[in-house]
Write a protein that binds this ligand. Structure first.
Ligand SMILES: *Cc1c(COP(=O)(O)O)cnc(C)c1O
Length: 395
């Protein structure tokens, strides 16, 4: 017996729910890829990227997932043997660094905690030691989707400046762009990496790199460049050069619609919606945690991301039961713990195209599973989320 038939609630931290408007925008015949409407679509997408990243930089569009954009970013600004410093706060910056290792970069990890933000003071101290300026780039994520921590990008920039270091500052915003503030230019980010399938609400398959002038200057001498990722080729005069070949026509239509929806709602309203839904999630998790079986992975409430919440579960059997019941009985799919947190945590995504009933539905599935399976928790987590929203979203 189950109550799962009906719309499935996919509440994993990527890919996220694609709006019907975006799906519908893709349902049309292909058009010419060399001139006409598609040229305008590409220009509109670049404007959209500059808008969400608050940047006048140069955007590049890749037919690839986020892992592709990681490689694109590194290959365009670095040379074989260059040292990169990777700031650990979960699994994603280190994953990016590992990709660099396979490309021939010398990877150093600044160790961090999976339960805390990157410590800017530790970065400053490490950069001050680097008298010979061997470190060519500093890599960090704004939100680490495994730990659900948020890193303070302006504070990390200040640490680099305080050390008087000229390393490129490269930031992965895949799980944060379009869910919270990011100011590429004002915050002195040289290279921004992002992808379309999380806050940007598009089906997976497209990712982006945005470069500022300093990054474009480094590109001139970078020897890791390869034909497909290469910025110089992509800045050529023909439209198809933007994509180093055939553009993903229908995905561009979908993405254009997603940016239209973002503009219509407005960035500030989007950030506030994410904050409210994240706070509601945290109200529920805080309540459930009174039962001592569940707890927040991120220790300091100020460092918890507004796009995803990682919840530790003390007992592995409880964790399996929650996933199984949510999936088999309720039609709710929540994220699994990954890497170090595999088998130890679940993750609730609250990013992109999501509203109160979608979030409350997911939280209800989780609470229902704990009640049905006899997992220790304080009941009333969903009620706490409702109370929070009712108080903070006045009529
Ligand atoms: C999802 C994610 C990635 C990986 O993106 P893919 O599209 O799965 O390759 C990288 N970094 C962060 C922060 C992410 O959330």
């Amino acid at each position: 017996m189950s109550v799962k038939n009906g719309r499935q609630f996919l509440s994993i931290p990527g890919p996220t729910t694609v709006p019907d408007e975006v799906l519908a925008a893709m349902h049309r015949p292909a058009i010419d890829i060399r001139k006409g409407e598609l040229v305008e679509v590409t220009a509109a997408l670049k404007d959209g990227l500059r808008m969400v990243s608050k940047s006048d930089g140069t955007p590049f569009i890749y037919i690839a997932n986020g892992h592709g954009a990681w490689e694109a970013a590194l290959s365009n600004v670095l040379s074989r043997g260059d040292k990169i410093l990777v700031l650990e706060s979960g699994s994603f910056a280190t994953g990016w660094g590992q990709a660099g290792g396979t490309m021939g970069l010398d990877v150093e990890i600044l160790p961090g905690s999976w339960q805390k933000s990157v410590d800017p003071n530790a970065l400053e101290a490490r950069l001050k030691e680097d008298k010979s300026r061997d470190i060519k780039a500093v890599l960090v994520v704004q939100v680490d989707t495994a730990s659900s921590v948020i890193n303070d990008i302006p504070a990390i920039r200040r640490a680099i400046d305080n050390a008087g270091h000229d390393a490129l500052f490269m930031v992965d915003t895949i799980a944060s762009l379009g869910t919270m503030d990011f100011r590429m230019d004002e915050w002195g980010v040289d290279v921004t990496v992002t992808a379309c399938q999380k806050g940007l609400m598009m089906s997976p398959g497209i990712s982006f790199v945005i470069a500022n002038k300093k990054a474009l200057a480094r590109h001139e001498t970078a020897n890791l460049r390869t034909a497909y990722w290469d910025w110089t080729n992509r800045l050529g005069p023909e439209h198809y050069q933007n994509y180093a070949g055939t553009p993903p026509v229908h995905m561009l239509f979908g993405l254009q619609k997603a940016f239209e929806m973002i503009r219509a709602e407005g960035l500030e309203a989007i950030f506030l919606r994410h904050q409210l839904l994240a706070d509601a999630t945290r109200a529920a998790v805080a309540k459930w945690s009174e039962g001592k079986e569940l707890s927040f992975n991120i220790l300091n409430p100020a460092e918890r991301a507004n796009s995803v919440t990682t919840v530790l579960v003390a007992n592995g059997n409880s964790l399996d039961s929650i996933h199984e019941y949510c999936n088999e009985k309720c039609g709710v799919i929540i994220g699994v713990g990954i890497s170090e947190l595999s088998g130890k945590a679940f993750r609730i995504a609250h990013m992109g195209h999501i509203n109160a009933p979608m979030l409350l539905g997911t939280l209800s599935g989780i609470e229902m599973s704990m009640k049905a399976k006899g997992i220790p928790h304080a009941s009333g987590g969903v009620q706490a989320a409702i109370d929070y929203l009712a108080e903070n979203v006045p009529q």
